[in-house]
Design a protein around this ligand. Structure first.
Ligand code: NA7
Length: 542
């Protein structure tokens, strides 16, 4: 049984504190507790495990990674035990999987739910982290490990008048557990990122009318979701080691490789056939049909034009098709969504599209949304407006490192870090899939396993060699941030200035490209070399 927060003040001494009980926090707990025999507690704000998949319960919520890759591979037995039902797992199925992980490894006894961490401060004299929770509990440990998720702090735009709205408004990342009934309702969705694109077709099928408020048109690839065949289920289990090897050694930790073929060097008729086949197959693998799609603007335009053509083929009203395909950024330079009937949904009589780039939202009134030229009466507004990504959840906690330096001050100009694993000035604190690591550019479970394994090996080494503190040095962190920047600018990723990869979606956030775009395989290799070189770039203290 999980324990629930008690209001009684107490001071609990531990070896390590882990924040968050999603994929990251649970595997970190298992690794430190069961492999190293440490005393560990996971503190989790929700009243269940699952992290991102606990909170994101909006209709249509589904993973864009294929199910056989969106799971832990550290346990062969668990790979064999668990069988996914669809090509892309839906949120309830992923949540069931994560609950299975918690039960299978008896993790719940060391996970404290309903416990929001308020602050964490490092005491240099005792070399201990002091963690305090919203309800006044006090935990002390040598190591602090954050597994707070990259996309977990909801970004609700500050639109004037929201409090005046008489209807219901919801952010997709804070969806009510009881669900929302759209029948007979006039619904507005703001946002056409991956989330909006997933939820719009499902909401449209239930609502009386759906109005989509689009600021930036987006590419999307058909997911071609379907139940998995028995043959595929067998294949995934029988080839688990091979699948794992591919994920761990390629660019984005997906279970397929990028084809070593250039768009521009391929004859136009042949590349059209290749793109057509990739479109029919569907999913993020479309992006891997050529090696230069994200490296060369001309190559990208060929692929982008193919998708624009597809949008025009699907959407019957040419004006709507134009608006949906009038995309201002290269394909895959912002996170490319995959969908089930997104563009088709705009052929429905009960769906309309509003171009808020041309006529921006001015305010929300009691009745609905008012743009520059019209009022749209609504009963429900859905904010599919994304997250304060990568740094938001860390900065919500008042984290103070050595000499009382606050993380928010240290990161005022951007998230300085070393390998996305540590921050200089914050000894013995590790950030699972932190800014500076490949994280959101990857299929996340392999990226999480790699981080957790590295952190666990590091702590084991410290213990075995009598070292009590480890801290990223300032020079190593500076040069890693330069490398993160270089990697982004080596591809078209660095050219898009209004993406959440740079923090551009949150007013006032420093604009720094946060994930490492040099490739997951290469990144893992760097982490291995650093560890083998006696933790080069980290200061080790007695
Ligand atoms: P995203 O990808 O950040 O998309 C958010 C969408 O909301 C995007 O279309 C934004 O338009 C729009 N948005 C954000 N703020 C506003 C305001 N103020 N007014 C109008 N429109 C706005 O978030 P998602 O949840 O879809 O996806 C996040 C990740 O989760 C995804 O990549 C997967 O990895 C899973 P913009 O493009 O900024 O003009």
């Amino acid at each position: 049984m999980s324990t629930t927060a008690s209001p009684v003040q107490q001071r609990v001494e531990l070896d390590a504190i882990v924040i968050g009980a999603g994929f990251s926090g649970m595997y970190q707990l298992l690794s430190l507790r069961d492999k190293l025999g440490m005393k560990v507690k996971v503190l989790e704000a929700g009243d269940g495990v699952g992290g991102t998949w606990y909170w994101n319960r909006y209709p249509g919520a589904r993973c864009d990674s294929e199910s056989h890759s969106y799971m832990f591979y550290f346990s062969k037995e668990m790979v064999n035990e668990w069988t996914w039902t669809e090509r892309y797992p839906q949120q309830p199925e992923i949540l069931r999987y994560l609950n299975h992980v918690a039960d299978r490894f008896e993790l719940r006894r060391d996970i404290q739910l309903n416990t929001r961490v308020d602050s964490a401060s490092y005491d240099q004299a005792s070399q201990r982290w002091h963690v305090r929770t919203q309800d006044g509990q006090h935990f002390v440990a040598q190591f602090l490990i954050t597994g707070v998720g990259c996309l977990s702090t909801a970004n609700v735009p500050n639109i004037p008048g929201l409090n005046d709205f008489k209807g219901q408004w919801i952010h997709t990342g804070q969806w009510p557990h009881g669900g929302v009934d759209f029948s007979g309702k006039r619904v507005g969705v703001i946002g056409t990122g991956s989330t909006g694109i997933q939820t719009i077709p499902v909401v449209a099928a239930q609502a009386q009318h759906l109005t989509v408020f689009q600021r930036t048109a987006n590419y999307s690839i058909p997911a071609r979701n379907a139940p998995l065949s028995d043959a595929f289920k067998r294949y995934a289990k029988e080839h688990a080691e091979g699948i794992r090897y591919i994920m761990n050694t390629n660019t984005n930790a997906h279970p397929f490789r990028m084809v070593e073929r250039s768009v521009l060097a391929t004859h136009p008729a042949e590349r059209e056939a290749i793109m057509e086949a990739a479109w029919i197959k569907g999913g993020l693998e479309f992006r891997a049909a050529f090696k230069d799609t994200l490296a060369d603007a001309q190559a990208n335009k060929v692929v982008a034009d193919f998708i624009r053509k597809k949008i025009h083929q699907v959407v019957k009203d040419p004006a709507v098709a134009h608006l949906l395909s009038d995309i201002d950024h290269p394909f895959a330079a912002k996170r490319p969504p995959v969908d089930s009937n997104y563009f088709e949904t705009f052929n429905r009589d009960n769906v309309s599209l509003v171009n808020i780039r041309a006529t921006p939202i001015e305010r929300i009134t009691a009745e609905g949304i008012q743009t520059q030229d019209q009022v749209y009466p609504l009963d429900i507004i859905i904010f599919a407006t994304g997250f304060d990504a990568m740094t938001g959840s860390l900065l919500k906690i008042d984290i103070q490192g050595r000499d009382g330096v606050k993380l928010k001050d240290s990161w005022a100009a951007g998230p300085i870090n070393y390998l996305g694993l540590q921050v200089p000035g914050f000894p013995n604190m590790f950030t699972i899939t932190g800014p500076g690591s490949p994280s959101v550019l990857c299929n996340l479970p392999p990226a999480i396993e790699q981080h957790v394994d590295w952190i666990t090996d590091c702590i084991r080494t410290l213990r075995d060699t009598g070292v009590s503190t480890i801290e990223a040095t300032e020079p190593a962190s500076q040069s890693w941030c330069e490398e993160v920047n270089r990697a982004a600018n080596a591809s078209l990723l660095g050219q898009v200035k209004h993406s959440w990869y740079l923090g551009a979606n949150v007013p006032g956030k420093p604009q720094v490209f946060m994930p490492y775009a040099g490739g997951f395989g290469k990144y893992s290799e760097i982490c291995r070399e650093v560890a083998a070189d006696n933790y080069r770039g980290f200061a080790l203290g007695a």
